[in-house]
Design a protein around this ligand. Structure first.
Ligand SMILES: Cc1cc2nc3c(=O)[nH]c(=O)nc-3n(C[C@H](O)[C@H](O)[C@H](O)COP(=O)(O)OP(=O)(O)OC[C@H]3O[C@@H](n4cnc5c(N)ncnc54)[C@H](O)[C@@H]3O)c2cc1C
Length: 303
C-alpha cells in the first residue's frame, strides 16, 4: 500500500518516553493531521497490527510491542476564540497555560509545568492542586479504531481520579475544546510561577514518569493518601533494582538512573505493590500506563 506517512519498521521507542526506557514496536509513525491517522489505521489493519497512540510519553512505560503500530501525536495547532481554546492533541499542556496567560484567561495555571500533551491529559484526566483536566473541558474530538470521527460532549464523559471513560485502545483524541474564564494576568502569572517553583522544590529532576501509583482513599480518615506515603513507610525510598530507583526526594517517582530497563521498573512497582499491601492492606493502583504486548507474569498490573 502506498502511504504519505513515514512509517518505520521495528522501531525503538526509548526516545519517546520521558523515562527513556522503551522496547521495539512493529511500526512507528508521527501523525501531524487526521489523514495521517486514517492512513496509519488502514496500514495497521492491512498488517494485522493494533494501533496505540502516544503523546509526550510522560506517563507511559514502554516494553516490547511486536504486534503494535505506535502512532505519536504531533498535531500542534491551537485556536483561541474568546474564552475558548481549541487545541490539537499533540499540544503540550504548558503551551496551553502560556497561551491562556497571554489572553488573560484563568483556569489552566495548574498545568503550567506538567510535561504531557492535551491528548494524554484527556486519557489520564491529568490534574494538580485540586484541579482536574476535565473541569475545564467542553468537548473531546477524536477518531475510533474503525476510522469514524466523533465529538464527545463533556456531559458524556465520565471521570474519576486520573482516569476517564475515553480509552486509547478504542479512541484516538485529535482535539479538545477547553473553556476558561477571563482573569487578571498578574494573578494568573503569579499562580503559574508558584506552582512551578513548588515542583522544583518537591520533585526530583531526571528521567521519570512522575507519579507511579495513584493516591488511595482512606475511608477511616475520609481523605486521599498519597502512594508516596505508603512507599516511604515501607522503607522503599531510594530502593534500587538494576538501573532504576524510587526517588529519595519523592517516593512515588521512579527514576531511571541510567541503563534502567522496563523490567527494572516493573520489579520496583511489584515490590511496592506487594509490600504496601502486606503492611497496610492497601492495593496501589498504577498511574503510569504500560504499553507492552505481553505482561503475562505481572499480575499486579491491571491497567
Ligand atoms: C515530572 C513529571 C511530572 C508530572 N506531574 C503530573 C501532575 O502533576 N499531574 C498529572 O496528572 N500528571 C503528571 N505527570 C504525568 C503526565 O505528564 C500526564 O499524565 C500527561 O497528561 C500525560 O500526557 P502525555 O502526552 O505524556 O501522554 P503519554 O504518556 O504519551 O500517554 C499516556 C496515555 O494516554 C494515551 N494517549 C496519549 N495521547 C493520546 C491521544 N491523542 N489519543 C488517545 N490516547 C492518547 C496513551 O496511549 C497512554 O495510555 C507528570 C509526569 C512527569 C514526567
Amino acid at each position: 500500500m502506498r502511504t504519505q506517512l513515514d512509517i518505520q519498521n521495528n522501531y525503538l521507542l526509548k526516545g519517546h518516553s520521558t523515562i527513556r526506557i522503551g522496547g521495539v514496536c512493529s511500526h512507528f509513525a508521527e501523525a501531524s493531521n487526521e489523514n495521517s491517522i486514517m492512513e496509519a489505521l488502514e496500514y495497521a489493519y492491512s498488517k494485522n497490527k493494533k494501533v496505540h497512540v502516544i503523546g509526550a510519553g510522560s506517563n507511559v512505560l514502554i516494553g516490547e510491542n511486536p504486534d503494535t503500530f505506535v502512532l505519536k501525536m504531533v498535531m500542534r495547532d491551537v485556536e483561541v476564540i474568546g474564552e475558548k481554546i481549541i487545541a490539537k492533541a499533540g499540544v503540550y499542556l504548558p503551551t496551553i497555560s502560556r497561551i491562556a496567560l497571554c489572553h488573560g484567561l484563568t483556569g489552566f495555571e495548574w498545568a503550567s509545568a506538567i510535561p504531557g500533551t492535551i491528548g494524554g491529559a484527556a486519557i489520564m484526566n491529568a490534574g494538580a492542586y485540586d484541579t482536574e483536566f476535565f473541569d475545564k473541558v467542553e468537548a473531546v474530538t477524536g477518531i475510533d479504531m474503525n476510522g469514524n470521527k466523533k465529538t464527545i460532549p463533556r456531559s458524556d464523559i465520565e471521570t474519576s481520579h486520573r482516569s476517564s471513560n475515553i480509552h486509547p485502545e478504542n479512541f484516538i483524541v485529535t482535539e479538545v475544546s477547553i473553556l476558561l474564564q477571563k482573569g487578571d494576568i498578574g494573578k494568573i502569572e503569579k499562580k503559574m510561577l508558584e506552582y512551578t517553583s513548588y515542583r522544583k522544590r518537591t520533585q526530583p529532576k531526571g528521567l521519570t514518569l512522575g507519579s507511579t501509583f495513584m493516591q488511595s482513599f482512606d475511608f477511616t480518615r475520609g481523605t486521599g493518601v498519597s502512594a508516596g506515603y505508603y512507599i516511604d513507610q515501607c522503607g522503599l525510598k531510594g530502593f534500587t533494582v538494576g538501573g532504576a530507583s524510587f526517588s529519595k526526594i519523592h517516593a512515588n517517582f521512579i527514576m531511571n538512573q541510567g541503563g534502567g530497563t522496563f523490567s527494572d521498573v516493573l520489579d520496583l512497582m511489584e515490590q511496592a505493590y506487594y509490600r504496601v499491601q502486606e503492611k497496610f492492606g492497601v492495593k496501589l493502583r498504577p498511574e503510569v500506563k504500560i504499553l507492552a504486548d505481553s505482561l503475562l507474569t505481572r499480575k499486579f498490573v491491571s491497567n
